[in-house]
Design a protein. Structure first.
Ligand code: CA
Length: 266
């Protein structure tokens, strides 16, 4: 009797191991398709300052923090989302071209394009508290709760300590075997890193674990033709209202800012 039970138990274990092996093989060998593509619907449209050359965008409690670029025009702004009204502004010295922006607790961290200098501000008063240097160009910046994530125009994202600004990790973003370059403005959304691709209407969704592209968002046609006045530049700027689950996007010198929802493309 005991012998029979042992035999049956042994068979059961063998069957379980075999089933696990089959499942593993199916998962490993299944064809991996290209990442899904998403299109969008506009849920809300808000005013946006058409003189703001948007390089960084962050949402916080009904307001946006915005970093606007260009030499002689660079600024840090606090803007009311619904009205587009500028509530606060700090102008950078004209030798700096402002870039990515992140909110870390009560501090705002702002990059510059080619000066290799970052600025730290009090998020309430916009008082300049500190500055730091980095060896690359500065493009986009985001905060994932532990690290600042920085882009520099290449396919590489760098993870910086939020206090020392030391690089603690690098991540190369790839779609299959192809590195995805020109990663620009950044946002961390539900555990993914989203990046504008400079000079395109696309946002890429990135796995922060592997750097693999997990989706593409095609925002072609987002800014209506009648709003494309001279001087209007490319799509840039992603902000995430985590509590309201709202995706907010705009572009450089765009007169509008949009809340969008995504749909799988057909
Ligand atoms: Ca952002």
């Amino acid at each position: 009797m005991l012998h029979e039970l042992r035999r049956r138990y042994g068979t059961l274990v063998a069957c379980s191991v075999l089933a696990a092996l089959v499942v593993t093989l199916v998962l490993v060998l299944r064809p991996v398709g290209p990442p899904p593509v998403y299109t969008y619907s506009v849920v809300n449209t808000y005013p946006h300052d058409p003189t703001a050359y948007t390089q960084g965008l962050v949402y916080s409690d009904g307001e946006l923090f915005e970093s606007a670029g260009l030499y002689g025009q660079s600024s840090l702004r606090r803007v009311a989302l619904e009205t587009g009204e500028m509530l606060q502004r700090y102008d950078l010295p004209s030798k700096y071209f402002a870039e990515g922006l992140a909110l870390v607790d009560d501090r705002l961290i702002q990059l510059t394009w080619q000066s290799q200098v970052g600025f730290v501000y009090d998020a309430t008063t916009f008082e300049l508290l500190d500055q730091f240097s980095y060896p690359t160009e500065g493009w986009g910046l985001a905060w994932d709760g532990r690290h600042l994530i920085m882009s520099d125009g290449s396919a590489t994202l760098r993870y910086l300590d939020p206090d020392t600004f030391a690089v603690e990790r690098s991540l190369v973003v790839t779609d299959g075997d192809t590195p995805i370059v020109k990663l620009n403005e950044l946002e961390v959304i539900d555990g993914e890193v989203w990046a504008n691709i400079y000079q395109t209407d696309r946002i890429v969704r990135i796995s922060p674990r592997t750097g693999a592209v997990v989706g593409w968002i095609d925002l072609t046609g987002l800014l209506p033709v009648e709003d494309r006045q001279p001087g209007v530049d490319v799509l840039n700027g992603i902000a995430w209202d985590a509590a309201g689950k709202r995706i907010l996007v705009t572009g450089k010198r765009w007169p509008k800012l949009f809340e969008i929802v995504l749909h799988p493309a057909q």
